[in-house]
Design a protein around this ligand. Structure first.
Ligand code: PRP
Ligand code: MN
Ligand code: MG
Length: 179
């Protein structure tokens, strides 16, 4: 596993099984509708790739890249668009796909931003959620796992851009981030 990692929190098999479950729900809920799934770069890359392949319905995919800025702190809630959607979402059924909801500030901003563009519907799917870290309440239609408020990496999630390619979600050893 490597000295930087403390433990595996969610194994690859459990992620795969959960995404198959979520995909079945999504297939059912959007049956007969055109669905656009929107991945939030970069963390959501793995979830998008595996969730999309678990769906039986035909969906279209688009991507957004956003960044918090302001007093240097991560989730200031003030968000800047680094890459906008290529798609006009007016009248479309849109599902935002995230790897994790931590404070919820990024997603809360995204929901109001995309919501103002007149989608037919707007929902959220996240693999992970940290209920104890939430600063704002967000209605999440599809949640994979609620996890404790620990520093997690892997399966898209990074620490200083590292560890995204791990096939599982693990916790980082405190010595790595100075804990
Ligand atoms: C991470 C994660 C979520 C967001 C959650 O993205 O992928 O998008 O933070 O945090 P919040 O709920 O506190 O707002 P990050 O900004 O690190 O960018 P990345 O996806 O490129 O890693
Ligand atoms: Mn992200
Ligand atoms: Mg990150």
């Amino acid at each position: 596993m490597g000295a930087d990692l403390e433990k595996v929190l969610i194994a690859k098999e459990d992620i795969d099984a959960k995404l198959v479950e979520l995909a079945a729900e999504i297939d059912r809920d959007y049956a007969g509708k055109d669905l656009l799934i929107v991945g939030v770069l970069k963390g959501a890359v793995m979830v998008m790739a595996d969730l999309a392949r678990a769906l039986s319905s035909n969906v279209t995919m688009d991507w957004m890249a956003v960044s918090s800025y302001g007093a240097g702190t991560k989730s200031s809630g003030v968000v800047r668009i680094l890459k906008d959607l290529d798609t006009d979402i007016a009248g479309r059924h849109v599902l935002i796909v995230e790897d994790i909801i931590d404070s919820g500030l990024t997603l809360s901003w995204l929901i109001s931003n995309l919501g103002s563009r007149g989608p037919a519907s707007l929902e959220v799917c996240t693999l992970l959620r940290k209920p104890d870290a939430a600063k704002v309440r967000i209605d999440v239609k599809y949640t994979g796992f609620d996890i404790p408020n620990e520093f997690v990496v892997g399966y898209g999630l990074d620490y200083s851009e590292k560890y995204r390619n791990l096939p599982f979600v693990g916790t980082l050893a405190p010595h790595v981030y100075g804990g």
